[in-house]
Design a protein. Structure first.
Length: 255
């Protein structure tokens, strides 16, 4: 089946900077470990994208219609179709006191957010910090070893992947999805109730659904709070009592 704009895909990739030969990003755990860029907190899994939506560099996005599912490909993306050329004007000096006011101790190579913009610290001097607002890959030719693992076809799976894009820390299969009479119902699992940014994720997911599923007219997010059973309440209370007794022991000894 040929790939076309608007297709929902799951892909694995390894990203290399051509000028240095260095692998800088990947969805594959084994590759990350071999390249010594493995991060324990990272989720190594196929990357979800919608072809033609601009979620990835233009040169890679444009290459997908010529690719086949399951076949490994190498795509070379020049700077003009990746993150552009480096702009010397985006390298600026920022007073050190500005970082102190933000509670940041700057160091070379550190990525920071200054005035709502992501930047990398190049050097730290006496009272001033050299900050680079260029994208880290600006001016670089990027080489992607990429494999399309799957075309996501059902509406339910598409919506689950859109959810996972916004709420990546929760298993997407834990979100119960129901589409009926123009209404999408998304049941939020209990472990996601108090996630930071959940309300923002709901709004962005709503915008995604409105864009990709025009026949869906209403979206309902359902959060069901269940009353704990007496046994669960009892189990929670016992450790609390033990803690209270322990915390009193030093005072009694002191007396």
């Amino acid at each position: 089946m040929p790939i076309k704009n608007g297709d929902f895909l799951l892909v694995n990739y390894a990203l290399k900077v051509k000028e240095t030969g260095e692998i800088v990003d990947t969805t594959l755990e084994t590759v990350a470990k071999e390249a010594k860029i493995y991060r324990g907190e990272e989720r190594y899994e196929p990357f979800f994208l919608v072809v033609g939506e601009g979620w990835i560099p233009k040169g890679l996005d444009e290459a997908f219609p010529a690719l086949e599912v399951g076949k490994a490909n190498t795509i070379e993306v020049p700077p003009e179709k990746a993150y552009g050329s480096r702009d010397p004007k985006k390298v600026r000096l920022v007073p050190l006191r500005k970082f102190a006011a933000e509670g940041i101790a700057p160091s070379p190579g550190q990525q920071v957010n200054i005035d709502g913009k992501v930047a990398q610290i190049r050097a730290v001097g006496a009272g001033r910090v050299q900050v680079d607002y260029n994208h880290p890959y600006a001016g670089k030719t990027l080489v992607y070893d990429v494999t399309i693992e799957k075309i996501v076809e059902t509406d339910g799976d598409k919506i689950r992947n859109l959810i996972h894009r916004r709420i990546s820390t929760i298993d997407q299969q834990k979100f119960n999805i129901k589409i009926e009479n123009g209404t999408l119902q998304v049941e939020i699992p209990e472990e996601a109730f108090f996630l930071e940014g959940l309300q923002v994720a709901k709004r962005t997911l709503t915008a995604d659904v409105e864009k990709f599923f025009p026949k869906i007219e209403r979206i309902a997010f359902v959060e069901t709070f269940k009353k704990p059973s007496p046994a669960a309440l009892s189990a929670e209370a016992k450790p609390a009592e033990a803690t209270a007794e322990t915390s009193m022991t030093p005072s009694s000894s002191a007396a």
